[in-house]
Design a protein around this ligand. Structure first.
Ligand code: GRA
Length: 385
């Protein structure tokens, strides 16, 4: 067992840390308040190669791997939980998914512009009546000559309103092969697609929206994998994006504790810094320990993927579930320590508090991860299939 990062890991971590401080931190709070989506920063993240970490050079990538992906995501999330989402939209959930499941033409056409951020991506799973229950999705794709005709709607799709390219899952049961879902690469400017924004509690620099599809013609060349392989592709991609999400949660948790510690040392009450009060020492100790534990779970799951264990649903669920809970716990502690100042929109803690809850909802709710883990441990259904 080796807990040391390689020199490459440390160098990338330091590069991203500096980038985040210089390029993201100065405007993170203001942009969140104003709901600004900073396309220019996303472009710079692309130029820095962040979105290529899971792809080989041939597709514009750096091939750094999953452990690097989580280190990058964590550092971005320390300053902007909103912008860490771009790692999943540009890299893990789109460019990398196409790289894993696409044919040579699809990989060549779609992965490089996502990696460079020339084009923005999204992946569209959730529907109004199919959230946790993915397989209940109703969006239909019917084969007609050389195309598929898609009808339906998707909701809570990150980057829906800004994306150029979507990996969109639809029901192709009419194909009659008994399999239900297929995956499509959809160009978002196709006639018949409309999008609308969803206003959220937090993550205001990270646009989220609905996608409506009315007789959208998708060429059959844009089917990702084979007809009916959608569930395999979808459930094979979720452990990848979930670990990115978990890394975002630890980055945010880290930001919370940093602010809490700073405030404990600055704020004086009853004639002394509030850091002197054991009550605060105890909560800081609990949350600092929880962050360390979450980090180890996240790094282990990422390391496993780098060792070739790609479908590690169980270990990813341990990491995602725990990291999300720790983000919420850390935001709560930071808020308690700041008192009324934490509740003020002026302090970053209010943003962290709003952003933290997202992690218990997206990429499988906290309940879904408990179901995945609980069923595996009880011998009801194996998570790693
Ligand atoms: O037989 P079949 O062809 O129907 O295939 C089934 C199964 O073999 C089908 O999927 C296949 N499958 C897999 N294939 C390859 C399942 N797991 C795998 C796998 N690991 N590899 C259905 O499987 P099932 O077991 O019958 O599914 P189920 O019982 O209907 O559902 C299980 C479960 C509830 C766990 C699942 O639906 C689930 O994980 N739900 C949570 C949904 C979720 O995570 N949504 C995320 C939305 S995207 C998002 O949040 C973006 C946020 C972006 C960000 O912030 O980063």
């Amino acid at each position: 067992m080796n807990f040391e990062f390689s020199e490459e890991h440390l160098a990338i971590q330091e590069t991203v840390r500096q980038f985040a401080q210089k390029e993201i931190a100065p405007t993170a709070h203001e942009y969140d308040e104003q709901g600004v989506f900073p396309r220019d920063i996303i472009n710079k993240m692309g130029e820095m190669g962040f979105f290529g970490c899971l792809l080989p050079e041939e597709y514009g990538g750096t091939d750094y791997g999953f452990l690097n992906m989580v280190l990058i995501t964590e550092e971005i999330s320390k300053v902007s939980s909103s912008l860490r989402g771009a790692m999943n939209m540009q890299c893990t959930g789109t460019a990398y998914n196409i790289f894993k499941n696409g044919n040579p033409e699809q990989k060549k056409k779609y992965s490089p512009p996502l990696v460079s951020a020339q084009k923005l991506g999204c992946f569209a799973i959730t529907e109004p009546n199919a959230g946790s229950d993915v397989m209940a999705m109703k969006t239909r794709a019917i084969r007609e000559d050389g195309s598929y005709i898609l009808n339906g709607s998707k909701t809570w799709i990150s980057f829906a309103t800004v994306a150029d390219i979507a990996i969109l899952y639809a029901n192709t049961a009419e194909e009659g092969d008994g399999k239900r879902l297929s995956a499509f690469i959809v160009e978002m400017d196709s006639p018949g697609i409309t999008t609308s924004p969803i206003h959220k509690l937090g993550s205001h620099s990270f646009p989220t929206g609905e996608i409506t599809l009315e007789d959208v013609k998708v060429p059959k060349e844009n089917l990702l994998g084979n007809p009916g392989e959608g569930a395999r592709i979808l459930f094979g991609s979720l452990p990848d994006t979930r670990i990115g999400c978990a890394a975002g949660a630890i980055g945010l948790a880290h930001a919370c504790i940093d602010e809490a510690v700073k405030y404990c040392n600055e704020r004086t009450q009853f004639g002394q810094p509030i850091a002197n009060f054991q009550m605060n020492q105890h909560v800081i100790a609990d949350v600092a320990t929880a962050i360390e534990a979450a980090r180890l779970l996240v790094y282990r799951a990422a390391w496993q993927k780098d060792q070739g264990v790609k479908n590690n649903v169980l270990e990813t669920s341990y990491a995602k579930m725990f990291a999300a809970d720790v983000a919420v716990q850390s935001a709560d502690v930071a808020m308690d320590i700041h008192g009324a100042y934490g509740y003020s929109a002026e302090y970053p803690v209010s943003r962290y508090y709003r952003d933290a809850k997202l992690y218990q909802i997206v990429e499988g709710t906290k309940n879904i991860h408990r179901i995945i883990i609980g069923q595996d441990r009880l011998g009801i259904r194996k998570a790693n299939r």
